[in-house]
Design a protein around this ligand. Structure first.
Ligand code: ZN
Length: 274
């Protein structure tokens, strides 16, 4: 699933291509994926509006339009945002927009999603209300060891589940949680509230570092993720834990194992993650 680095990769490309452009038409909508308004309102209210900015919080992309209107996009499990796809629109094309810049150059933005778990929210005055419960952005948000220690205190939930809970920090999913934990040397099964100051310090170091590496490598492509040009990322070539159960740990030479934490498949090294 797209996590913070994959969403940031898409956001940067959208921002580089689309800021300053004006929506000219909405050619296609998918009512099942629309939130906070109707598909008809998307068709009526988006055309004519200029894109002022494209930001991100966790796994949400927020497109600010003039007139105080916001489009909030979430890729769900299999969503892709493609600019001028050569192979589109196809059967999984759910939203199709055309945009034009001041010189008359136009382009198409396609939201493609086989499984329809992606979302498009149209709101006025601020981004989607669903974002209100999110903690700070795990990569660029304003949080520190004191914040993290406060959130961890007294929690009996497993550390991996704590990292996946978007109300603590937002943007971390299953892949980057396993990677962050491997790099910290902490077990995904540790009760969150049992961490000491040294453990918290390691998390404060590794959470932004690993997410930043994911951004630098343009995301992780194991099955679905591609950028706005349809290109895969490279982070998958550098995985140390996620999906490596049964393989050798590059740090201690032990064998990584797989377990379930909070309902999610989890790979870790019992030899050096304590
Ligand atoms: Zn190990």
């Amino acid at each position: 699933l797209p996590e913070l680095p994959e969403v940031e990769t898409v956001r940067r490309q959208l921002a580089g291509s689309l800021i300053g452009m004006t929506f000219t038409a909405v050619e296609k909508t998918e009512p099942a994926m629309v939130r906070d308004c109707t598909a008809l309102e998307v068709e009526r209210r988006v055309p004519g509006r200029r894109i002022l900015g494209i930001d991100r919080l966790g796994k949400f992309i927020v497109v600010a339009l003039d007139g105080g209107v916001f489009l909030t996009l979430h890729l769900g499990m299999t969503g892709r945002l493609l600019i001028d796809p050569v192979d589109g629109p196809g059967p999984h094309s759910r939203f199709l927009f055309t945009l034009e810049d001041d010189t008359g150059r136009s382009c198409r933005l396609e939201f493609r999603d086989p499984r329809k778990f992606g979302r498009l929210h149209l709101t006025t005055g601020g981004p989607a209300p669903r974002m209100r419960g999110l903690g700070p952005d795990a990569w660029l948000g304003e949080w520190d060891a004191d914040y993290l220690a406060g959130r961890l205190r007294g929690r009996r939930v497993a550390l991996k589940a704590f990292l996946l809970d978007q109300s603590n920090l937002c943007g971390i999913g299953n892949i980057y949680a396993d990677e962050i934990l491997w790099w910290t040397g902490l077990s995904p099964l540790r009760p969150a509230g049992a961490l000491g100051p040294d453990d918290v310090a390691r998390l404060v170091q590794e959470i932004p570092t690993r997410l930043g590496e994911g951004v630098r490598l343009l995301g992780c492509t194991l099955s679905d993720f591609v950028d706005t040009a349809g290109e895969p990322g490279e982070f998958q070539d550098w995985l140390q834990a996620y999906g490596r159960q049964g393989q050798t740990c590059t740090r201690c030479g032990g064998v990584l194992t797989r377990t379930i934490v909070g309902g999610r498949g989890t790979a870790y090294c019992p030899g050096c993650q304590r």
